[in-house]
Design a protein around this ligand. Structure first.
Ligand code: TYM
Length: 392
């Protein structure tokens, strides 16, 4: 993000330490993220085979995003699963900051959220932080953010979340619901904590400084809706973790469970390094891209291949360093296809052009179906919006 990045990057607290070789904040990811190290740096826990097995008992399958290690870290996922086994339901909570169109990176945590909703029949609160994107952006007006909020809601609905179990909270529209919780949270968080965690500076605007309490509020809303302490599980990429860390610190003092998390890695950019991000649109595939744009972005993608066909045949490529392979393996190929593809690539029996062509075909197919669902979503928006007594 613009203003936020510039202001926050240099001095950010635990979430951003470039001397570690990477920096991860809710606003920007730079460097090569070492996911084993981030678990130590952030104080989260790796998802173990035991936890995967616990989850499999309820779902019957091991979700590919778990077997491939894309969801890799958690806080209290085991507690949520154990409690569910003992008859205690939980809410899911996730969200989107509407600063532009949705790209394929954003969809990943939402696929997993849908899988969890389907498995556990959980109610889902989906927060749209239009306030955040206005406050942290140098160039977006409130009206522009509102436009993206509506546009992004179509993507959320197109994911196929259950309309009876899902409510979308738009911060500026649902502020009456969030505000009492915001106050209780904000009163318990000091500026020095917010500064240490998010790296605020004297020049940060005062809206930015208060915002984390707004993103924390839906962690406790389920307890108010259910009129009893209710567990919440948040699927998101690890960049959002700073919010949950400060929320967990105050949860029990407020009489709530600490919110649990399941963290994903980042979907890479189609260009060289870094995560897929709206700020680098040529490396990102948006759900609003037309087939020609998809084709041209994939054709310009970085690969793990050699500079010439001859060298590729002779030396083979490196699928581990290839975003095209990454996309195919995480979105489209099954485990067997992916293994065969990587073997053929390493032995020089597959050219980058072939992988790009496969990815283009699959992505276009996926997006044409997604576009159809987005169009249908236009008639469903009202039934997803959060209202008082949201699930009655
Ligand atoms: P936002 O809009 O930046 O991102 C939305 C979701 O997408 C994840 N994400 C990614 N996941 C994988 N690969 C990527 N390249 C990638 N880029 C983004 C984010 O982790 C997030 O899960 N402040 C939040 C909005 C929010 C929220 C929440 C997110 C409000 N409440 C609760 C998660 C959970 C934001 O701006 O997300």
């Amino acid at each position: 993000m613009d203003l936020g990045d510039e202001k926050i990057e240099e001095s950010a607290g635990y979430a951003s330490k470039l001397e570690r070789g990477y920096s991860v904040t809710p606003w920007q990811v730079t460097g090569v993220v070492d996911y084993n190290k981030i678990v130590k740096d952030f104080g989260t826990r790796l998802i173990t085979p035991e936890i995967i097995e616990k989850l499999q008992k309820f779902s019957g399958i091991i979700h590919p995003l778990l077997s491939r290690g894309f969801f890799f870290s958690h806080r209290d996922l085991d507690l949520v699963l154990d409690a569910y086994g003992n008859g205690e339901n939980f809410y899911l909570y996730t969200g989107r900051g509407p600063s532009g169109h949705v790209h394929m990176g954003h969809l990943m945590p939402w696929f997993f959220t849908k899988f969890l909703q389907d498995t556990f029949g959980s109610r889902l609160l989906f927060q749209i932080t239009d306030d955040e994107k206005f406050l942290y952006s140098q160039h977006l007006s409130l009206q522009e953010v509102e436009k993206y909020a509506y546009d992004n809601i179509l993507d959320v609905i197109a994911m196929g979340f259950d309309p009876k179990l899902t409510r979308i909270i738009i911060d500026t529209k649902n502020i009456q619901t969030l505000y009492p919780l915001y106050l209780e949270i904000a009163k318990r968080l000091t500026f020095s904590t917010a500064k240490a965690v998010f790296g605020y500076k004297p020049s940060s605007n005062i809206g930015m400084i208060g915002f984390p309490a707004i993103q924390a509020a839906p962690c406790f809303l389920p307890s108010l809706i259910e009129k009893k302490p209710t567990r919440v599980l948040i699927p998101a990429a690890i960049d959002q973790d700073p919010y949950w860390r400060i929320t967990r610190d105050i949860a029990e003092k407020m009489g709530y469970y600490k919110p649990a998390q399941v963290h994903s890695k980042f979907v890479p950019s189609l260009e060289l390094n870094g995560k897929m991000s709206s700020s680098r649109p040529t490396g990102a595939i948006f759900t609003t891209d037309d087939p020609e744009t998809i084709e041209s972005k994939i054709s310009g993608a970085y690969t793990g291949g050699q500079p010439s066909v001859g060298l590729q045949r002779m030396l083979g490529g490196d699928p581990d360093a290839c975003p095209v392979f990454w996309y195919l393996s995480h979105f489209f190929d099954d485990g067997k296809d992916s293994f065969e593809r990587s073997l053929k690539c390493r032995t020089g029996n597959l050219l980058c052009g072939e992988c790009k062509s496969d990815l283009t075909t699959q992505t276009k197919l996926f997006m044409s179906e997604f576009t159809r669902r987005r169009d249908q979503a236009k008639n469903q928006v009202d039934s997803f919006l959060y209202e008082e007594n949201p699930f009655d």
